[in-house]
Design a protein around this ligand. Structure first.
Ligand code: HPA
Length: 249
C-alpha cells in the first residue's frame, strides 16, 4: 500500500475520502498524528501529516522513527514524501518541482536508526549510495509528467537542522557541496525508510529561492513562501492522485 507523508502546506488532502483514522503506538513513541486511511481517486492510501495535522511539530522535533515504524506496521510498502525546499540550483525557482536523487545530510541530534543497542543488538551499515528508491522515483516522475509538470528529474537535497532558515554563506557552502535544494525534513526519514525496506522517494516543491539567491538576495519573504506553497501544493495534489492510481502490490 502507498503512504503519503505530507509536509508544510500539505497537512490535509482535500481529495481524500477519509474512512478512518488510526492512532498507532510504536516502540519509539507516537507518530506526528493519527494515520488517515482513505481513498484518493478510488484507490486506498494512508496519509500522515509530518508536522501534525495542526502543523505544530517543527522539523527537528518530528519523531521520524515513530512515523516510519507506524507506516511499516500498517503494511505500507511505498512512501512518497512531499517536502518544501528552497531553490539553490538556478532551475529550481519558486513554484518548480523536483524528484531528488541524492542527499547531503547536515542535520544533527536526530534519532537516525532503528538499529541501536538493545534493539536486536546488531550494528548495521546499510547501503545508502542511492538514498531514494528507484522504482518510487520513476513513479513520481511518471505522475508529474502525466500532469504536464516541468520538473527537475533529479538533484541533491541538502537537509539542514532548522527550524531557522540558512545564512547566505551557508547556502554558498551548500552550493559548493553540490546541493541543488535545501530542506529540513528529508533526513533521517529517507534512511529510516531504507532500514524498514520501504520504497521511498520525495517530491520536492521549491517555495522560495534559498538565502542570498534570486529575490531572497537580502531576505526570504514569509508571505511569498505562503503564496508559493498554496499554488505549488495544488499541483502536487494532482500528481499524488496519479500516484495513488498506480498498483502497489
Ligand atoms: N531552507 C530550508 N528549508 C526550506 C526552505 C529554505 O529556504 N524553504 C522551504 N523549506
Amino acid at each position: 500500500m502507498l503512504a503519503i507523508i505530507g509536509g508544510s502546506g500539505l497537512t490535509q488532502l482535500p481529495g481524500l475520502h477519509i474512512e478512518r483514522r488510526e492512532v498507532v503506538r510504536t516502540p519509539y513513541g507516537m507518530p506526528s498524528g493519527a494515520l488517515t486511511y482513505g481513498h484518493l481517486d478510488g484507490q486506498a492510501i494512508v496519509f500522515l501529516a509530518r508536522h501534525g495535522y495542526g502543523h505544530t511539530v517543527p522539523p527537528h522535533l518530528v519523531n521520524y522513527r515513530a512515523n516510519l515504524w507506524a507506516l511499516h506496521a500498517q503494511k505500507v510498502t511505498h512512501v512518497v514524501s512531499v517536502a518544501t525546499v528552497g531553490g539553490i540550483h538556478p532551475d529550481l525557482c519558486p513554484g518548480r518541482l523536483a524528484v531528488p536523487d541524492q542527499i547531503v545530510d547536515y542535520t544533527h541530534s536526530r534519532e537516525t536508526t532503528f538499529a541501536e543497542y538493545g534493539n536486536g543488538g546488531q550494528v548495521t551499515h546499510l547501503d545508502f549510495t542511492w538514498p531514494y528508491c528507484a522504482e518510487m522515483r520513476e513513479r513520481c516522475m511518471a505522475a508529474l509528467a502525466d500532469c504536464c509538470e516541468d520538473f527537475l528529474p533529479g538533484g541533491v537535497y541538502g537537509c539542514v537542522q532548522g527550524p531557522r532558515l540558512e545564512t547566505k554563506a551557508e547556502i554558498e557552502r551548500m552550493a559548493r557541496d553540490g546541493c541543488d535544494m535545501v530542506g529540513m525534513t528529508g533526513m533521517p526519514e529517507a534512511y529510516l525508510a531504507r532500514e524498514l525496506g520501504i520504497c521511498y522517494a520525495a517530491i520536492a516543491a521549491s517555495v522560495n529561492w534559498a538565502a542570498g539567491r534570486g529575490d531572497s538576495a537580502t531576505a526570504i519573504s514569509g508571505d511569498a513562501i505562503e503564496q508559493n506553497m498554496a499554488q505549488v501544493m495544488a499541483r502536487v495534489r494532482q500528481a499524488l492522485t496519479r500516484l495513488a492510481g498506480m498498483n502497489y502490490r
